[in-house]
Design a protein around this ligand. Structure first.
Ligand code: DHE
Length: 543
């Protein structure tokens, strides 16, 4: 099936990259400077997510000039307008681009791609700010809130993160951060949240402050999605890492100040055909609990890097060949196995973090998207980790217990059928019997505006749906329900009701036991909430 417009928009959300130089290429049709500027911006916003900034191809086909000049303007125009069964969206007939705009894009693709600037140590150092030095920070919390139950909630299009007390549901501060913060991770002590914006800006937020606020910040690239903190015993709050989409690299930093220490490029060879890829983007990063290492997914090359941070000057990196298009993932319940999606490859890669090797590559149905996944005990198959998917309604349960359930270990144990495709996130909690599955990218509003919930003790009974968007009681808007997250106690689930920037959004909190509405957080400041990260659950890998 072709890509839906919702899926295309998900993959190709606006990039923060600007500032490439115009290149006039022999053999390409003429363009005015204005046309070139329009096309460059449109390409970064809508095309780079799949075809790559340098157009060498990623989940979309390569669009290098040797190919595009041969195809010519008319062919490219009709491809952009009507799309293709291979997954190219129909930018023209969907009304997203006019014929005149498509003509500009078709000519632009026959010119050499403008290369965005690099971002190395001088640029990082220039952007780096320590607002409160570690020695000047509070010695203990200035408030009585339970720090463990504080949530960081991305207010995507406001460029803010709301710091919310999970007990009172009070917003303690709206912290200005990088643009469209993708994720927040809690430091291992629980004192800090580290957030990363789409624009590569990291903010270190100190939860000891009465009004939690930024104590250090840095910009580690022009486009980024991932940040993590050291988890290994003895290294709590010592080292931070962030991964960039552009330039393709990761950087190790001081955990207390974000001072950049070491940048490592990810440019290199793909695992399958062993061809050079100029922009392998850094996707999910997790901190190992078994060694002083970060586990870094390199998307386009399909390599998983185990980066040992115990001696940064003599950096040891173990490279595991997995499969291209590594994206998101999380730990199994023992925190030994990192379960991660090679999403466009329809596989789940399993890394044994103790033995430092690939444990399995498990084939699954079209485009698995676990977020961090969900761990629970299947009454029949024992401990499992589950993922939902973008491309179909399956919820795939994978056995994770090689000791006592060897025959199902790292194999698909069972498949549940959810509401539909377009799912991004799935969640449960060790104290709960519910498994929650969102479907924000499903084209049917009845599905994207509700969530499915399964009873873990009776999985064969199928799911019930809860009308989360209706409970938020907002006006018009797409109101996609996205990313369930538990509170620390495991008796509440929080959902984002994500509308447009100029429409009303909300956070809906459901009582886990009764599955009834418990609370709605809304108001003018709650703009486009997406990811929600509970301090305790995030740092203890509870999902
Ligand atoms: Fe995400 C996680 C990348 C679109 C919300 N997203 C991640 C991670 C990556 C990633 C690499 C894992 C980080 C980690 O664990 O270290 N996301 C991308 C994309 O490249 C993509 C497809 C397109 C883009 O241009 O960004 C994309 N993501 C989206 C969205 O459209 C979402 C719904 C809203 C948004 O912010 O744009 C979205 N992504 C999230 C969230 C997480 C996430 C909430 C963390 C989930 C968790 O429970 O930890």
């Amino acid at each position: 099936p072709g890509t839906t417009m919702a899926e295309a928009k998900y993959k190709s959300a606006s990039s923060a990259i600007e500032g490439g130089k115009q290149v006039v290429s022999p053999g390409a049709p003429n363009m005015t400077e204005d046309e070139f500027a329009f096309a460059q911006k449109t390409y970064f916003q809508r095309c780079a997510g799949c075809h790559g900034v340098l157009r060498k191809g990623a989940t979309g086909l390569p669009l290098t000039t040797d190919i595009t000049q041969k195809k010519g303007t008319d062919y490219l125009k009709s491809l952009i307008k009507f799309g293709s069964p291979g997954g190219m969206p129909n930018w023209g007939t969907s009304g997203e681009l006019t014929d005149a705009q498509i003509d500009i894009m078709a000519r632009f693709l026959q010119h050499e791609p403008p290369t965005p600037p690099e971002w190395g140590m001088p640029e990082m150092k220039n952007s780096w700010k320590v607002l409160v030095k570690p020695e000047d920070r509070l010695k203990e919390p200035e408030h009585d809130y339970d720090i463990d139950n504080i949530f960081a909630v991305t207010l995507r299009d406001a460029g803010e993160v709301a710091i919310i007390d999970g007990d009172s549901k009070k917003v303690l501060n709206y912290v200005p951060t990088g643009y469209a913060v993708h994720i927040s991770r809690a430091s291992s002590s629980g004192r800090y949240f580290t957030t990363i914006g789409r624009d590569g800006k990291i903010d270190l937020i100190d939860l000891y402050m009465k009004k939690p606020d930024v104590v250090a910040s840095i910009k580690i690239g022009l486009e980024a999605r991932s940040v993590e903190n050291s988890r290994y015993k003895g290294y709590e709050d010592k080292i931070a890492i962030a991964g960039a989409y552009w330039p393709p690299h990761y950087v190790l930093m001081d955990g207390q100040t974000l001072e950049p220490k070491k940048i490592v490029s990810t440019r290199g060879m793909t695992v399958d055909t062993q061809e050079y890829h100029p922009e392998p983007r850094v996707a999910a990063i997790v901190g190992s609990h078994k060694h002083p290492e970060f586990i870094v997914n390199v998307k386009e090359t399909g390599q998983i890097k185990l980066v040992d941070y115990s001696d940064i000057d003599n950096l040891q990196v173990t490279t595991i060949d997995a499969a291209p298009f590594l994206h998101d993932g999380g730990w199994d319940s023992s925190r030994r196995y990192f379960m991660t999606a090679a999403n466009e490859n329809d596989r789940i890669a399993v890394v044994d973090a103790l033995e430092r090797k690939l444990e399995a590559l498990i084939p699954v149905e079209r485009i698995p998207h676990p977020g961090r996944g969900a761990n629970f005990i299947d009454p029949k198959y024992g401990p499992v980790w589950a993922t939902s998917a973008l491309g179909n309604a399956n919820i795939t349960l994978i056995g994770t217990d090689p000791e006592n359930h060897k025959e199902h270990a790292f194999k698909v144990a069972r498949i549940l059928e959810g509401q539909g495709g377009g799912s991004l996130f799935i969640k449960t909690h060790p104290k709960s019997k519910n498994l929650w599955v969102d479907t924000p990218l499903n084209p049917d509003p009845a599905i994207s505006q509700s969530v499915a919930v399964f009873d873990i003790d009776n999985l064969d009974a199928g799911f019930k749906t809860l009308p989360i968007a209706e409970w938020a009681d907002l006006g018009p808007g797409p109101k996609r329900i996205v990313q369930p997250e538990y509170n620390k106690a495991g008796d509440e689930v929080w959902f984002s009701v994500w509308s447009g920037m100029n429409e009303k959004s909300a956070i809906v909190i459901v009582d886990d036991k009764t599955r009834k509405l418990k609370h709605v957080i809304k108001g003018d400041k709650i703009v486009t909430p997406t990811g929600k990260f509970n301090n305790y659950n995030t740092r203890n890998e509870i999902y």
